[in-house]
Design a protein around this ligand. Structure first.
Ligand SMILES: [Zn+2]
Length: 633
């Protein structure tokens, strides 16, 4: 295992930022982008190979087809109609989405086309009912300044968002139509060399430019990054999809760079090995040998009707387990590949097979059947007989590819910041013209108008936010970057509650609760707004906010009024309050006699236990102090 030096491997990263636009409607129909968990309709389709109208089959479509899945789509009439169901042609392009894309293009100094062509991009995972996504190239050759350096923007597209994945099991995949067709702007940067933290800065700067337009959606899932990563000598660019957070972006780039450089080190070891797997004699059905084995994984597969096959890989002894960097092994790559086809995993000869319940006699048996020498390796896999041939071909291809370096793949980002195999990278035959929509013209006036509407820089906006609400600079940036800027301005409009307090609840308290409860429900903006209204009217105390939010997020309360009831919140009148305080003082009079004025500490603790959230803490403290004084003198 050697030291990994990320700045010495010729790392190149291109970003593709996908940002939902806040137009309040879909791109090609009038449905609203409302996410709910209630679905009134559903229908299913078999995932089909989409033959492009150019007459060429996309290789990755065939690959996906071999998985044979049923796709079920769930819809709600508010958020989907016949357009989303692909039963009706698209309506006219939404004007606001078009205008917003022009403004974003102008903000990035990109050259806007006078005519926009709607294209169909083949989608093979079922995330689009029609089998394609509509996309329009709006402008090219822009730039943005990041830390004093100019960075090229290759293209800006306006496109439809995909359906939202609800569930994915071996044979069925479920999508919600609520997200399908939401307008999305895709910004692609030129590939840059730099450290992951510098790439993160680029993504942050672009995100802020987009937020400065005040025309984009905010919050988790409304902005997603795809990254194209390559290293010198790797031979291919790998596309990593679905990064949602900036900290995750940094980790994903680091992991992917390490994986690719690791694959190059594996290449160095294997390029001279003469593998030449001969499918007729190096692949054998060994189901009979494993009928009696004690491996739970294989036994489970056998009861499901699987067969077991073994592949001899000449000259590959100690290669599958070779680990140039921690966690980077060819064996792991092969495991990810078979998982794509729904297999649980793969065994290889560099592993401790005893640990999996495979015995020496069985291993010896395999070696004999395959006529194995000491330098050869083998792979064992169990699965559905129908799929086996495609899987074995893919494995052999992947092993042969290990001699070339980094295969062209599409990978998915994991929440922890690694990447896993998603599918082979699609070929170039993925786009063809949309025949249902004529070309869209962009007039000179529209372009001039967009230039006039270019927003101020985000730095400008943050500093005026800071001045207007007398915020500290940290909170001003946090509020600007958060999903709550509009809400914040609404709450603070009448200046009844200090802005710093509002900002710290929105950016601090709520974020902390989210961290504490990873499965928490998302707070609705209307709930937060209602809670602040109750506070303004004196119906609840400041301290109640956190309690209310916690019980809604944890699911203990279903609504605001429910949360107040569940927690017995609500302001006491002064008579009730005095009565409760007097009772507490009388039953703890000994503490006051012993400790005098210092009794405020323990008594305050007792009082807070029964009154937390009902009365302002400062007010309580004052009242209690006065009452204690009268008892001492
Ligand atoms: Zn619709």
């Amino acid at each position: 295992v050697s030291e990994f030096q990320i700045d010495k491997i010729g790392l190149k990263v291109g970003l593709e930022i996908h940002q939902q636009l806040a137009t309040g409607k879909k791109l090609f129909c009038n449905c609203m982008p409302i996410e709910t968990e209630e679905y009134l309709t559903n229908f299913s389709r078999k995932l089909r190979i989409t033959k492009s109208e150019l007459g060429k089959l996309d290789p990755s479509a065939i690959f996906e087809k071999s998985k044979e899945k049923t796709i079920v789509y769930f819809g709600n009439p508010q958020s989907s109609c016949l357009v989303e169901q692909d039963e009706e042609p698209p309506h006219d392009l939404d004007k606001v989405a078009k205008e917003t894309t022009l403004i974003i293009s102008a903000s990035l100094h990109a050259k806007i086309f006078n005519e926009i062509y709607v294209m169909r991009k083949i989608v093979i995972d079922g995330s689009n009912t029609s089998g394609f996504q509509r996309t329009m190239l709006v402008s090219v050759n822009g730039n943005i300044e990041v830390d004093g350096k100019k960075l090229g923007i290759q293209s800006i597209c306006l496109e439809e968002d995909a359906a939202r994945l609800l569930k994915d099991s071996e044979n069925v995949r479920e999508y919600s139509l609520d997200r399908l067709g939401i307008p999305l702007v895709e910004i692609a940067t030129e590939p840059v060399s730099g450290k992951p933290e510098e790439i993160k800065k680029i993504a942050l700067t672009l995100g802020r430019l987009l937020r400065a337009t005040k025309r984009v959606e905010r919050g988790l899932g409304s902005i997603r990054q795809d990254v194209n990563v390559s290293v010198e000598g790797g031979g291919n660019v790998v596309e990593v999809k679905g990064v949602q957070k900036l900290d995750q972006l940094e980790k994903v780039i680091e992991y992917e760079a390490k994986r690719q450089h690791g694959l190059l080190k594996i290449k160095e070891k294997v390029e001279k090995i003469n593998t030449g797997i001969d499918k007729t004699k190096d692949v054998r059905d060994v189901t009979d040998i494993f009928k009696e084995c004690s491996s739970k994984i294989i036994q489970k597969a056998l009861t499901q009707g699987s067969i077991v096959k073994v592949i001899k890989v000449p000259g590959f002894s100690k290669i599958f387990g070779y680990e140039p960097y921690p966690g980077i092994r060819l064996g792991k790559q092969l495991g990810e590949l078979v998982r794509f086809f729904g297999l649980g995993g793969i065994f290889h000869s560099d592993e401790d097979l005893h640990g999996y319940g495979i015995e020496d006699s069985q291993i010896e048996n395999l070696k004999q059947i395959l006529n194995m020498g000491p330098s050869d390796a083998f792979l064992i896999l169990a699965g559905d007989e129908k799929k086996m041939d495609v899987i074995i071909d893919s494995l052999i291809n992947r092993i042969n590819d290990s001699k070339k370096g980094v295969p062209a793949e599409t990978r998915a980002a994991t929440p922890s910041g690694e990447t896993v195999f998603l599918r082979p990278r699609p070929g170039a035959s993925r786009m063809y013209p949309e025949t249902d929509i004529p070309p869209i013209t962009v007039s000179h006036e529209e372009i001039e108008d967009a230039k006039k509407k270019v927003p101020r820089s985000w730095e400008d906006m943050v500093s005026s936010l800071q001045k207007q609400y007398d915020l500290n600079s940290q909170l001003a940036i946090q509020i600007f970057d958060s999903e709550y800027l509009d809400l914040f301005e609404n709450i603070c409009k009448d200046k009844k509650i200090p802005a710093n307090f509002v900002a710290s609840i929105l950016c601090g308290t709520i974020t902390n609760l989210e961290r504490k409860m990873p499965d928490a429900k998302t707070l609705r903006v209307t709930d937060i707004s209602e809670a602040f209204n109750l506070l303004k009217n004196g119906n609840i105390a400041k301290e109640s906010l956190e309690i209310i939010f916690e019980s809604i997020m944890s699911g203990k309360a279903k609504s605001m009024s429910d949360a107040i009831k569940v927690n017995a919140l609500g302001v006491l009148n002064d008579n009730e309050l005095n009565k409760i305080l007097d009772e507490i003082i009388e039953s703890n009079i000994m503490i006051i006699k012993e400790q005098g004025a210092r009794a405020i500490g323990p008594l305050m603790g007792l009082v807070m236990k029964s009154l937390r959230g009902k009365v302002d803490g400062q007010k309580l403290n004052q009242l209690l102090e006065n009452k204690i004084k009268t008892k001492i003198t």
